[in-house]
Design a protein around this ligand. Structure first.
Ligand SMILES: *Cc1c(COP(=O)(O)O)cnc(C)c1O
Length: 339
């Protein structure tokens, strides 16, 4: 499989490191936990959207776009990475931000990723929660086109078959690293949202017959919906690569029990996971995605679902810029164990 056939802007810092988490592994007393550092992709504090944007922004350039537009939640990491990528390529960037949490916290609404969107020169526009955001994006793009601009729209999370190529690439990269050091990976886990990361990974793993099970910890949708979204996108991605039908429905597994109260709202186990990674490993997670993924990983270790001797790779998808929009949840007693 030759990804070089697809246009790509090489901008991410790759390969991202693959590291063993000794102190966390010891603390949990079960499997050997490894981390794939996609928080270190290099663009404006990093994160998983940079890999997708390498392919998406190349397509935008090929279409002669002078403006990119996308959408996400207020503290969207995807929006921030898109704004930074557009700055690098000299394109205008306009972002539609959906208020999914109803938070009035000034830091949530203007610090963290929102601060960085604006620093990169992007313009933003707010929408109420529950809006059909991909429809709103197309309508807004039509308005900007009427002003004479050439607009390339990117769906939420950069999750379409073009963006998912970034995670097909990540699957190849990770398996290559494992081969180089004789590391037999028993499972890969990560936070799953708009589905592009999991869809790209599952497609890439199947394409090279890696035989490594993949598990996504959901951050928003219920299990059936999440798995259906990932499966549909994986099929479309495999089709784009010319290997339709390599992914089967059973290859796509999500556990959505760590979502907690809802998208963008951390629970006590989310905060505990963030504190454990910070205090034991010096690694920053985030309250929307990677903190919930890590909460799932920790719980599976404690329950013995992930067993001693197994090697689990946690794909760190980034998001730490969002911490500065969520300082309130780290105040003592902000979240009780039952929250
Ligand atoms: C977007 C995002 C995810 C989820 O990736 P998807 O491809 O949308 O499923 C996970 N972690 C972080 C930090 C993200 O920004």
């Amino acid at each position: 499989m030759l990804l070089a056939r697809f246009p790509r802007v090489f901008l991410a810092h790759l390969p991202t490191p693959l590291e063993r988490l000794d102190r966390l592994s010891r603390e949990l007393g079960g499997p050997e936990i490894w981390i794939k550092r996609d928080d270190c992709t290099g663009l404006s504090t990093g994160g998983n959207k940079t890999r997708k944007l390498e392919f998406l922004m190349a397509e935008a350039q090929a279409q002669g776009a002078d403006t990119v537009m996308t959408q996400g939640a207020t503290q969207s990491n995807h929006a921030r990475q898109t704004a930074a990528f557009a700055a690098k390529l000299g394109m205008a960037c306009h972002i539609l931000l959906e208020d999914r949490t109803g938070s009035n916290d000034p830091n949530y609404n203007s610090n963290g990723n929102v601060l960085l969107d604006h620093l990169h020169g992007a313009t933003t526009e707010k929408y109420p929660g529950g809006e059909d955001m991909n429809a709103a994006l197309e309508a807004a793009a039509e308005r900007v086109r009427a002003e004479g601009r050439t607009v390339y729209t990117i769906p939420g999370g950069g999750s379409n078959p073009t963006g998912a190529l970034g995670y097909v690439n990540c699957a190849f990269e990770l398996v290559g690293q494992a081969n180089d050091r004789g590391l037999v990976i028993d499972r890969i886990v990560h936070a799953t949202g708009s589905a592009g990361t999991q869809a790209g990974l599952v497609t890439g793993l199947k394409a090279i017959n890696a035989q490594i099970p993949l598990l996504g910890y959901g951050v928003r949708a219920p299990k059936d919906k999440q798995e259906e979204n990932v499966f549909a996108l994986a099929c479309a991605t495999a089709d784009k690569l010319g290997c339709a039908d390599i992914v089967s429905r059973e290859d796509v597994v999500a556990d959505t029990t760590y979502v907690g109260p809802g998208y963008g709202i951390p629970r006590a186990d989310t905060i505990e996971a963030i504190r454990m990674f910070a205090e034991l490993e010096g690694i920053l997670l985030d309250p929307v995605y990677s903190g919930k993924g890590a909460a799932g990983l920790i719980d599976y270790c404690r329950k013995g679902i992930f067993k001693k001797g197994e090697r689990i790779v946690f794909l760190h998808t980034g998001g730490a810029a969002g911490l500065f929009g969520y300082d309130a949840v780290f105040a003592d007693g902000a979240l009780s164990a039952s929250a």
